[in-house]
Design a protein around this ligand. Structure first.
Ligand code: ADP
Ligand code: MG
Length: 700
């Protein structure tokens, strides 16, 4: 894809003048001056007045206008924290952490003191905390323990336009809190202008607009569809760096792998350039950002580049609205993003690549116009933008598995989910599917109420299958081992595989392999790390990420606390790990697969092909079990199973009789499917009957 450069040159000249002036200004400003320079500052008094006079308001403002960092502080300054606290939710963990850090700096307090944050498995708050940033998932879980959220005087539901699953559920729950608690205030913020929907949902509450201050962004399209957008983006960034006026670059990619590949390629090109020319090449500071990146590296994107250097940030859609970096003049938009989508063919959620919506593409482009007029290079055609992109993204609640949500709402005694006050109700089919899966896991009984196991599962901030695995560990008396596995599955991969030492690191990993199981391999890694006094140098020697392992240890201790609170004793099976595999098996009926060819399996329920990944312990060891279960499927060049464990067929029959007959090999796929369908229909009928009964009862 080629981009039109004539237009660009014109803009470059214009920007150069503006750009230098503004960046000089930014450098010389103190933090309090920076605060006063934000658009929201000019409407501070009016805004506080509207908050005082209303219980619920919607605040709309361009990204970067100061909603996330300033609103909480204004409310604090206006006395809302005198005897209570302010909570602010974020759909993304990275944003919660980064924004809390920034606000603690602005308020000159230590992070975790007056200003703190909480994300799953990480609570950086204290009794002193009066401004608490958290993920929407964390607040949602808090409603389980305190349905009126009495601890909070104000909740700001930030980034509501993202329509994350937890935010959407919170909408329904907070609406009730608002009705019950007169002293409670709710502020919903949105970056885009479709705020009417939010206002209507709460009965036509006032919408407050923060006046924008944005500059024109020139948009350039690819002339032809682009084949390799990573390469195209790298090329475009290099062209800008060499030929265009000062100003930082922001590239939007879909995920970690691509971002790393792009950063690597950029570094390589820079090196080539430096060695091939005698002229001085201006520095390029290459900065990745994605949710799994360690926090200290994430924070780097806000650093000022040294004089004469240009920043190039390579990001996921995290930089679309959640984080704002000043000084961006150039945006390169690949036009793709990753979304969690329920894939009915696979019967599960999968992170899939999708073209972004028009609204998202516009939002991305806008990032270039914050400090001065900018340029956005779209690596797709104008006709694709006009004709192929959806106008708005599909809310998560309409496209993902609702297992956790169903479990949560059931435990909040919301029996009839089809009647819950959703802003956009999920398709009934999704709800029923999720209920079915919970039923299979034993969390729901035949009439759709929580079982004993179900009630226990709710206590864990884990996906239902992992919670089930843990509780099965209780029954099979190997909870100590299962606990480690679940913790290891809750952190990013601990295996370190630098590109230039791939073979060496692969060999190091192989030493940990437990041939029949990747899950047990994780257990093995953790136990050996423990046997070596949790040492960092030991991790380095074995190509393991110390940070990841430490995180797993932390997660483990938090889950252990929950087990203790449930009075579940910590049992261990020692080195008899077969029983651990059985517990693993019980969590993953939906991900059971049968051997079909070399390294090739098919899902037992739906016949989907799935392959062993070359990094699996089961791969290429001359050991190919007939039946396996896997943690998840990742779609890259093939459908790869991630984290695989060999299982005995009779376990499947014993633990999941609704799926598997005793002699698995005697029954045909077709019969299984038929049986499964029958079971499902029966379950759905039960649900429908229940719903009717309830409707009748409601009428009486
Ligand atoms: P909004 O929520 O309206 O998008 P924010 O409150 O997030 O706006 O951002 C306001 C300003 O604070 C922006 O100029 C942004 O660059 C700056 N900012 C936010 N977080 C940080 C951080 N961690 N470090 C430095 N500056 C930050
Ligand atoms: Mg914000």
């Amino acid at each position: 894809g080629e981009v039109d450069f004539k237009e660009e040159a014109k803009f470059a000249r214009h920007m150069k003048e503006k750009g230098e002036a503004v960046s000089e200004f930014a450098k010389s400003k103190s933090i309090s001056q920076q605060r006063q320079y934000l658009p929201i500052y000019s409407v501070r008094e009016e805004l506080l007045k509207v908050v005082r006079e209303n219980q619920v308001i919607v605040v709309v403002g361009e990204t970067g206008s100061g909603k996330t960092t300033q609103l909480t502080q204004y409310l604090h300054e206006d006395g809302y924290t005198n005897s209570s606290i302010i909570g602010c939710t974020q759909p993304r963990r990275v944003a919660a952490m980064s924004v809390a850090k920034r606000v603690s700096e602005e308020m000159e307090t230590e992070l975790g003191d007056k200003v703190g944050y909480a994300i799953r498995f990480e609570d950086v708050t204290s009794p002193n905390t009066i401004i608490k940033y958290m993920t929407d998932g964390v607040l949602l879980r808090e409603t389980l323990k305190d349905s009126d959220l009495d601890k909070y005087r104000v909740i700001i539901m930030d980034e509501a336009h993202e329509r994350s699953l937890s935010t959407d559920v919170l909408f329904g729950i907070l609406k009730k809190v608002v009705a019950r608690r007169r002293d409670f205030k709710l502020i919903v913020t949105s970056a885009t202008l479709n705020a009417k929907k939010f206002s209507d949902f709460f009965g036509g509450v006032p919408t407050f607009h923060i006046p924008g201050r944005t500059f024109h962004v020139n948009i350039l399209y690819s002339k032809t569809p682009c084949e390799d957008y990573v390469e195209a983006a790298v090329k475009q960034a290099m062209t800008i760096h060499i030929t265009s006026a000062p100003g930082d670059i922001l590239i939007f990619m879909t995920g970690q792998d691509e971002i790393e590949a792009a950063c690597y390629a950029l570094a390589e090109r820079m090196e080539q350039l430096i060695t091939s020319t005698s002229k001085a090449v201006p520095k390029l500071l290459i900065l990745p950002i994605y949710s799994q990146l360690p926090a200290d590296l994430q924070a780097k994107i806000f650093q000022k580049a040294e004089d004469g250097a240009r920043k190039c940030i390579v990001a996921t859609n995290i930089a679309e609205t959640s984080l704002t970096v000043d000084g961006i003049y150039y945006v390169i938009d690949t036009g793709y993003g990753k979304m969690k989508v329920y894939n009915s063919r696979m019967g599960m959620d999968a992170l899939q690549m999708f073209p972004v919506s028009r609204a998202a593409a516009d939002q991305r482009a806008g990032r270039a116009g914050r400090t001065g007029p900018g340029t956005c290079y779209r690596l797709f055609t104008e006709s694709a933008y006009q004709n192929e992109l959806l106008p708005n993204p599909v809310p998560e609640i309409q496209r993902t598995n609702l297992g956790n949500v169903v479990l949560l709402l059931k435990s909040l005694k919301i029996e009839n989910l089809l009647d819950f006050d959703f802003m956009d109700p999920p398709p009934q089919e999704n709800i029923l599917n999720s209920m079915y899966q919970l039923w299979v896991l034993g969390a729901l009984n035949n009439v759709g109420s929580l079982t004993e196991i179900g009630w226990k599962m709710v206590e864990f901030p884990l996906d239902p299958p992992l919670a089930k695995m843990l509780l099965m560990g209780e029954q099979l008396e190997c909870i100590n081992e299962v606990l480690t596995i679940v913790s290891m599955l809750s952190v990013p991969s601990v295996f370190f595989r630098p590109k230039d030492r791939a073979e060496e690191s692969d060999a190091a990993r192989e030493k940990f392999f437990v041939p029949e199981s990747d899950h047990l391999t994780l257990l093995n890694v953790y136990q050996q790390w423990k046997a070596n006094q949790y040492r960092g140098d030991w991790c380095n020697d074995h190509f393991l990420h110390l940070k990841g392992l430490r995180k797993a240890r932390e997660v483990r201790s938090q889950l252990l606390d929950i087990l203790k609170s449930l009075k579940i004793p910590l049992t261990s099976c020692g080195m008899e790990w077969d029983v651990v595999r059985k517990a693993i098996c019980s969590a993953y009926f939906h991900n059971a697969a049968r051997l079909k060819g070399v390294g090739e399996y098919v899902n037992c329920r739906n016949g989907m092909p799935c392959h062993l990944h070359p990094s699996s312990a089961l791969y290429g060891l001359g050991y190919t079990p007939d039946y396996v279960v896997y943690h998840e499927l990742v779609l890259t060049t093939k459908e790869y199973m991630q984290c695989v464990t060999a299982v005995e067929p009779h376990w499947l029959a014993e633990l999941g009789p609704m799926f598997f007959s005793v002699k698995e090999s005697d029954t045909s796929m077709l019969e299984h499917k038929k049986k499964q369908k029958e079971e499902k229909t029966a379950m759905e009928e039960e649900m429908e009957n229940l719903r009717k009964e309830q409707a009748e009862a409601d009428k009486l």
